[in-house]
Design a binder for this molecule. Structure first.
Ligand SMILES: [Zn+2]
Length: 261
């Protein structure tokens, strides 16, 4: 009898604790809209390096008519279309794409819109003052967020020439992050990732990619060629960053989904 009473107590206590922990008014999360921040991959996708042969190749290996199922094989660079740069892309001993902890891939999305400044200056570099001005309007940038710079460059996506925007010497011109902005976000705000709607986090004319070298060495990841930024708010969205899990990869094509609450 004593044993039964003890057993009953053992079972009852956890049940009571669970019952007590259950909130009476459970917060309801409304997933109002999911915005796809990813460009569709195809042979016209602009690339950082200009190549004679297309770097994206697709080959149909089975058809419904002949094989009763449809399948293709594809060949593409790791840094193609909307993609993620792993820390190992520029920093020895840092995470490859498969090693990035998954909790860093679902977080808050911050969008800094500098479209107006870029209209007058294709080589615009985001400054630390731009970040602090953004915070005056929208509140502090939370730690662990992904901060994406919206430049308006995606309107050029369908023309690789306009998107790369080379001058007569072949030097590309498009906007990017300045070093002071990167330092503030990495060391001051402790963010997990930086993103942009151009080919590179560093601005087009950069010969040595200082922001890549600095922020990837600090364990951040980069998102490049991000799409559909006009459809997400400056603050308040969540983001799911889902790169292909390539073993030892320097980066990978990524599906980015913003959840607007
Ligand atoms: Zn890249």
């Amino acid at each position: 009898m004593k044993i039964y009473a003890t057993l009953l107590l053992v079972f009852l206590i956890p049940v009571r604790l669970i019952a007590q922990q259950r909130p009476t008014t459970r917060p309801v999360v409304h997933l109002r809209t999911v915005i796809d921040l990813t460009h569709t991959l195809n042979a016209n996708t602009p690339t950082y390096e200009e190549t004679k042969e297309p770097t994206y190749r697709v080959n149909t290996v089975a058809t419904l008519g002949k094989d009763h199922y449809f399948a293709r094989e594809i060949c593409l660079p790791e840094h193609f279309g909307t993609h993620l740069d792993a820390p190992a892309h520029f920093a020895k001993g840092q995470w490859t794409v498969d090693q990035i902890p998954p909790e860093r891939l679902m977080t808050r999305l911050i969008v800094v819109d500098e479209t107006a400044k870029v209209e007058n200056n294709s080589d615009y570099q985001l400054s630390a003052a731009d970040i602090t001005n953004w915070e005056k309007l929208h509140g502090p940038i939370p730690a662990k967020a992904v901060v994406v710079l919206r430049t308006g460059w995606e309107t050029r996506w369908n023309s690789a020439k306009d998107y790369r925007n080379p001058d007569a010497k072949g030097v590309m011109h498009f906007p990017g992050f300045g070093m002071d902005a990167a330092k503030l976000l990495v060391e001051g705000r402790k963010v997990y990732g930086l993103g942009i709607d151009t080919l590179s986090i560093d601005y087009g004319p950069s010969p040595d990619f200082p922001v890549h070298q600095y922020s990837l060495a600090h364990g951040l990841y980069h998102l490049e060629n991000v799409a559909n930024l006009p459809s997400v708010p400056a603050n308040g969205a969540l983001v799911i960053v889902a790169p292909m899990k390539l073993e030892g990869g320097s980066g990978a094509p990524v599906r980015i989904l913003a959840i607007v609450q």
